[in-house]
Design a protein around this ligand. Structure first.
Ligand code: GTP
Ligand code: MG
Ligand code: ZN
Length: 369
């Protein structure tokens, strides 16, 4: 292992980082990580960023395609590699597959499915600076969904921002303000933007989050207008969009794979990256960190004033949380919602512990035989 300083000549495997790699979001911190992790590589490797994943194939960019060039792009297998769009990776010397994935700075991870016994983690996007949580303001507000998304977004390590889309479809300022307030009340401390991907209002504010070559992941149910916003910000129609169903405004799962999309460098300094993602129906917890604490910061603040440290906020005397509910300052549905998420997280931790134990046992048997 090369030390942090990376003495020249100790092991000549560290290739010079390509000029222009910064435009993909590479920076000095990545340089340090790279020096540490690439020291073990046998070949002269260079890092690339995963721009798209289609089944078992990753598209890796060393430099992105532009209007004038096809970029420096590799299409490789990702057999066995846990890889996501946005990851920095090293391709094997033969150029066939992903050999290693650099440690992620952040990742939006959800539980993939409840079908069958084995739940899997699904990393929707990696190495992101901001997560835009999209909800259509033209549809009734869904506080419970937003609460869940916020837990995952805070756990991702990126900064969540709520984007309320399709403003042009709700031509009613009073109703707009009410819906905005309804969602704001479940997202303390989070920035909100009301935009229209079709009409274009509010988009410049969204663009500014990418300044300094940052990466923004757009997340939300199918049909909320993620790809429409991506196209509007980029200034083309590269991302396919499709009309929603008449009756219930549901989308048709038009985007089927996540992909990294470049924001134009005009105006100067606005270059950055968007990750368009397929709409997901269910957002189930996978990892546990401080997501719940942060998404429910208002309730956690109240808890500090409960008389008992282990207060369950049910019938205990001196419960500050119940007092807030009784006083009408806290919606009991929000409290229920938090309790459900806490229980889901606890069940998840038990499940993951049980799985680790089972894996240990299997490992033990293998070692014995
Ligand atoms: N009126 C209006 N329609 C919009 C707006 N944004 C998106 N739409 C429409 O909503 C439909 C769905 O938009 P998409 O951008 O495909 O939605 P998506 O979130 O990418 O959906 P998936 O890829 O399925 O996850 C399309 O018909 C868009 O034209 C908007 O701001 N105003
Ligand atoms: Mg889409
Ligand atoms: Zn309490």
């Amino acid at each position: 292992m090369l030390g942090g300083g990376g003495h020249a000549g100790t092991k000549a495997t560290v290739g010079p980082v390509e000029v222009g790699i910064e435009s993909l979001g590479w920076d000095v911190t990545w340089d340090e990580i790279w020096r540490e992790s690439s020291a073990d590589l046998e070949h002269k490797a260079r890092p690339g960023r995963v721009a798209r994943i289609d089944r078992g194939w990753s598209t890796v960019w060393y430099s992105p395609p532009t209007n004038d060039s096809t970029g420096d792009v590799a299409r490789v297998r990702n057999i066995g590699a846990d890889v996501a769009v946005g990851d920095w990776v090293v391709v094997s010397a033969d150029g066939e597959r992903i050999e290693s994935v650099l440690p992620r700075r952040s990742a939006f991870v959800r539980r993939a499915s409840f079908e069958g016994q084995r739940a899997e983690a699904h990393t929707i996007a990696a190495n992101i600076d901001f997560v835009f949580l999209l909800h259509a303001i033209a549809s009734p507000p869904n506080q419970r969904r937003l609460e869940r998304e916020l837990v995952l977004a805070f756990d991702s390590g990126a900064v969540p921002v709520v984007v309320l889309s399709k403003r042009d479809l709700l031509d009613d300022p009073v109703e707009e303000a009410a819906r905005l307030e309804s969602l704001r009340s479940v997202a303390p401390g989070v920035e909100f933007h009301v935009v229209s991907g079709v009409r274009g209002d509010g988009l410049d504010r969204l663009r500014s989050y990418a300044a300094g070559c940052r990466t923004i992941a757009l997340l939300g149910a199918s049909g909320v207008g993620k790809s429409t916003i991506v196209n509007a910000l980029v200034g083309n129609s590269a991302q396919r969009t499709e009309s929603v169903r008449e009756g219930d405004q549901r989308g048709r799962h038009t985007t089927t794979a996540s992909s990294l999309v470049a924001l134009p460098a005009e105006p100067v300094g606005s270059a950055g990256w968007l990750i368009d993602t397929p709409g997901v129906r269910a957002v189930s917890l996978w990892s546990s960190g401080h997501g719940i604490e942060r998404a429910f910061a208002d309730i956690f603040d109240l808890m500090d004033d409960c008389r008992f440290r282990d207060c369950k906020h049910e019938e205990e005397p001196g419960c500050a949380v119940r007092s807030a509910v009784d006083a009408g300052a806290l919606d009991p549905r929000r409290l229920e919602s938090m309790k459900r998420l806490v229980a889901e997280e606890a069940a998840l931790e038990d499940e993951q512990k049980a799985r680790l134990k089972a894996e240990d046992r299997r490992g033990f048997r293998r070692r014995k035989s």
